[in-house]
Write a protein that binds this ligand. Structure first.
Ligand SMILES: [Zn+2]
Length: 378
């Protein structure tokens, strides 16, 4: 029987534990993947440090890329873009598996379907294992959106697709057509800089990045931001600052990845007539927002929320990275230095560094020699 090594997380303040497990016979619709690379998402780090609670033991890591090692009975013959799926193909997959026939999935909300299964978030049990990126293998459940990848995309960049890039693609979908409009992006972390790049490629007239950190704003510029606005920790009136920076050009879209109430309120106030505000960053409890309902009515504003993404967003993310990965310095966002045996060090580094992402090679081979190797993000 084939076995696989998994790095198991037992909870905050406990070292990772390496476990060798038997790979079970594949069930209907399942695909066995040999994981190649995993990037640590902010939610992985938040689980690691106890900011968020996950059922344990678990295998963290949901930004993963790997190769098909085995196709189970009734496994999909094609990926979610219609390309043939074969053993040896490099793939990535959505963060979720969900029955597409459920009413929520049919409404385009599979990430909230009643049978939702989330990679990198599920507890390890006797019958459910190998469902995270920090292992040699991942067992893909039935109803997992899978995408075969262009081999030209570097592994650390490809790994970003199935959480960061797909979530941003979802927020742009909710924002609607940004062409010729001004897009305001608050929070120039991983999602924010990707949003600048996606907005640029969607032909926004101007992309404005807002953050408290000058280095992050410099990174946003290299991802397509034309204008950057550094705000103080006390969040001065962003609307006034924007009126100076963009006279006569109020934003048609504002995307919030900061999760800061004062910033979200300021974004709404800065929107022009008919503007859309998409909230993505507010994934933790905090004070309610103060919103001027009369202004929302008179200025025809729309406010939407997004958590995770759907299959269309995932497909858009794959297409975007395949087409544009050389246009923007994505590889600089990933600190590419660790292997699966160094999970403790990788998480410790992720907690103390300002790297947008920490990458972990889950297959033993030398790191790709590229300008990005070993370089932390600015
Ligand atoms: Zn994530």
């Amino acid at each position: 029987m084939k076995t696989s090594r998994a790095v198991v997380f037992d909870g905050r303040d406990r070292p990772f534990r390496c476990e060798t497990v038997a790979i079970p016979a594949l069930r209907v619709g399942e695909v066995l993947v040999r994981n190649e690379y995993t990037t640590l998402c902010r939610s992985d780090l938040n689980t690691f440090c106890g900011k968020r609670t996950e059922r344990t033991p678990t295998i963290l890591g949901h930004e993963v890329v790997g190769r098909v090692e085995e196709l189970g009975p009734g496994a999909p013959a094609a990926d979610c873009r219609g390309a043939a799926l074969r053993i040896g193909d490099r793939i990535t997959w959505a963060i979720y598996a969900a029955d597409p026939a459920s009413s929520l999935a049919r409404r385009g909300l599979p990430q909230k379907a009643p049978d939702l299964f989330k990679y990198g978030h599920e507890p390890v049990t006797a019958s459910s294992h190998l469902h995270g990126g920090l292992a040699e293998h991942c067992l893909l459940r039935r109803h997992t959106p899978i995408a075969r990848l262009d081999e030209a995309v570097p592994l650390p960049v490809a790994a970003l697709i199935n959480c960061a890039v797909a979530t941003v693609a979802g927020s742009l979908r909710l924002a609607g057509d940004v062409r010729d409009g001004v897009v305001l992006v608050a929070g120039a972390g991983m999602l924010g800089v990707i949003a600048c790049a996606l907005s640029r490629c969607a032909r926004a007239k101007r992309v404005v990045a807002v953050d408290i950190d000058a280095d992050r704003l410099a990174t946003a510029r290299s991802f397509g931001a034309d204008v950057t606005v550094q705000i103080g920790a006390d969040r001065p009136d962003l609307a006034e600052r924007l009126a100076v920076e963009l006279p006569g050009e109020p934003p048609s879209v504002a995307l919030d990845y900061s999760g800061v109430p004062e910033t979200m309120e300021a974004l709404r106030a800065a929107l022009g007539i008919g503007g859309v505000l998409v909230l993505v960053g507010a994934t933790f409890p905090q004070r309610p927002l103060s919103l001027d309902a009369e202004q929302i009515v008179r200025r025809l504003h729309t406010i939407k929320g997004l958590h995770n993404y759907n299959q269309a967003d995932f497909v858009a993310a794959v297409g975007f990275i395949e087409a544009e990965h050389q246009k923007f310095p994505f590889a600089r966002l990933v600190h590419d230095r660790f292997t699966l045996d160094q999970a403790d060090e990788a998480f410790a580094f992720g907690m103390k560094s300002r790297a947008h992402r920490v990458g972990i090679r889950t297959i033993c081979q030398p790191a790709i020699a590229s300008p990005s190797s070993g370089a932390s993000s600015p």
